[in-house]
Design a protein around this ligand. Structure first.
Ligand code: NAI
Ligand code: CS2
Length: 491
């Protein structure tokens, strides 16, 4: 089958959107670390529209710091790929042309550092997942003992971690007298700007304190809130896209119409006219971030663990069931009291829209995908919310059940006895804790609650948190997730 590429663009059906700008004239103003599905459906959509609007500075160098998969999909296509936007009844397809180049960091770390030191580059964006920052999820402290971190600290010119790459690239810019960069973390990490800044500075300071001072004084690390549901592409999606396009596209991504990006107004130099592209630039991102992490992501993780344990494959299937829908409502009622939403955010309308987004049956967002890396996600999505409820002296039964769902998930077996792999950087640790605790539910729950990377000790010591979580865990072991959800939502 013929591949999508710059040479085959003119074969596309008339209703497929395509770059209307001169691709040869694009300059590469953005280096993106972690070119997974989300970047291709979110930030690249925005930069592509900046190019459409006539500003040629915002081409993207797409970097993977791990596997060559996306480079191998996109390089033969000249960086082109289809963005499939599905609202539940129809699909709109647009070819994105913003990706000007692809690199796989580990293949040539020094070459990647060099790319960051190009004068055309103004922005670095990142989607390297929560664990890619090499920080302890609960405290945000650098994982200074992790082998990849110690390797980058020992050999800072050939970095492999995201913060190591940033520190090396900025060091080279400083040495060459080039302007500073704006670094925008687009991961669902709390205080993502401060976290990526702290991680970068830790690496920079170890290699060269003068560079660290320059970064601190000149580079910008704005906080961001990013939102667009982008499930992993499946082989069936790729085949269906081939039928739609009449061309093979190995790099396509699928998403919903909704796109939100809020960026703190803190830039070191040039940037696109973000406001004209629908991006909100604001002095304070934290209230947006808390609302998104605690409502959207909190419910996502709850449905992932509890739904996954109950054998529910997709998010839209869970919320189609009235009991699970009531559970989500109850969870949001608990989370909502912990928020101080920005005046522009109508929480009731946001919750209504969010429910409709979860119900979008054309996305097939797998519960098992969302369940990944739970130890990195739980603190900001559910544990901080529960801590705020405890502080308010309010009950937290729905949050406790979701947290217990994650704990039960670490056992690697669903309620029907089906085994699955626990995909989490702390999976070996939680396995060890569970094995040492033995079969007793309370002992297992206590063992997992001792994990300080996820649960602050001051919180687990508080019976207002500990008791409902342990009770929910016992119930999950005894009667399964579906029965636990039904019992909670039945008056
Ligand atoms: P993906 O699996 O398609 O891509 C993940 C990317 O992160 C890949 O490039 C991978 O190489 C890289 N990566 C993973 N571990 C890494 C590590 N330790 N160091 C460096 N790079 C690493 O996933 P997707 O959908 O692109 O999501 C990535 C992140 O984007 C999420 O973890 C989340 O923080 C954020 N995000 C995702 C949304 C979604 O709906 N998919 C929406 C909002 C944010
Ligand atoms: C999801 C998010 O995979 C997950 O953990 O909860 O990636 C979610 O799709 C996005 O945050 C939506 O913006």
């Amino acid at each position: 089958m013929i591949r999508l590429s710059p040479d085959t663009l003119d074969r596309l059906p008339a209703d497929v959107g395509r770059p209307a700008y001169e691709r040869a004239a694009i300059r590469t103003g953005v280096v993106h670390l972690g070119i997974g599905a989300f970047h291709r459906a979110h930030q690249a959509d925005v930069f592509d529209r900046a190019l459409e609007a006539g500003d040629p500075r915002w081409g993207i160098l797409g970097v993977s710091l791990r596997s060559p998969g996306v480079r191998d999909q996109l390089a033969p296509q000249g960086g082109l790929y289809a963005l499939s936007v599905r609202d539940g009844s129809e699909e709109r397809v647009r070819i994105i042309g913003a990706v000007t180049g692809l690199e796989v960091g580990p293949e040539d770390p020094a070459a990647l550092v060099e790319r960051l030191a190009h004068p055309d580059v103004h922005l670095v964006t990142l989607t390297v997942t929560e664990k890619g920052y090499r920080l302890d999820p609960a405290s945000g402290a650098l994982l200074s003992e992790a082998p990849d971190v110690t390797a980058d600290l020992a050999d800072p010119d050939r970095p492999r971690t995201a913060p190591g790459v940033l520190a090396a690239g900025l060091r080279l810019r400083h040495q060459r007298g080039l302007p500073p960069l704006t670094v925008i973390s687009c991961d669902n990490l709390p205080h993502n700007g401060a976290r990526v800044r702290d991680a970068t500075l830790a690496f920079a300071r170890a290699a060269d304190p003068a560079t660290a001072d320059w970064i601190e004084a000149n580079c910008a690390f704005p906080q961001t809130m990013v939102d667009r549901i982008v499930p992993a592409t499946t082989p069936a999606d790729v085949d269906a896209m081939e039928a739609r396009l009449g061309l093979r596209d190995e790099g396509m991504v699928k998403t919903e119409p909704f796109l939100q990006w809020v960026i703190e107004d803190r830039f070191a130099g040039a940037r696109p006219d973000f406001e004209a592209l629908g991006v909100r630039i604001t002095a304070s991102v934290a209230p947006w971030e808390d609302a998104k992490l605690r409502l959207l992501n909190g419910a996502h993780s709850a449905l992932a663990y509890l739904g996954g344990l109950a054998g529910i494959a997709f998010v839209h299937q869970a919320v189609a069931d009235p009991a699970w829908a009531r559970y989500v409502t109850g969870l949001w009622d608990e989370a909502e009291t912990t928020l101080t939403p920005p005046p522009e955010l109508d929480v009731a309308a946001y919750r209504r829209d969010l429910f409709a987004r979860f119900a979008n049956a054309s996305l097939n967002h797998r519960t098992h995908q969302i369940a990944m890396d739970g130890s990195q996600k739980l603190p900001q999505r559910l544990v901080a919310t529960a801590a705020a409820r405890v502080e308010q002296g309010l009950p937290l039964a729905h949050l406790a059940l979701a947290i217990a769902g994650w704990m039960r998930w670490q056992g690697g077996q669903d309620d029907a006895g089906q085994s699955f792999g626990v995909d989490d950087p702390l999976a070996a640790t939680t396995r060890r804790l569970l094995d040492a605790a033995g079969p007793d539910a309370e002992a297992r729950a206590r063992a997992l609650l001792s994990l300080t990377a996820v649960f602050p000790p001051s919180l687990t010591a508080d019976p207002a948190f500990r008791a409902p979580v342990i009770a929910a865990y016992r119930q999950l072991c005894h009667s399964g997730a579906r029965a636990a959800v039904e019992a909670l939502v039945t008056p």
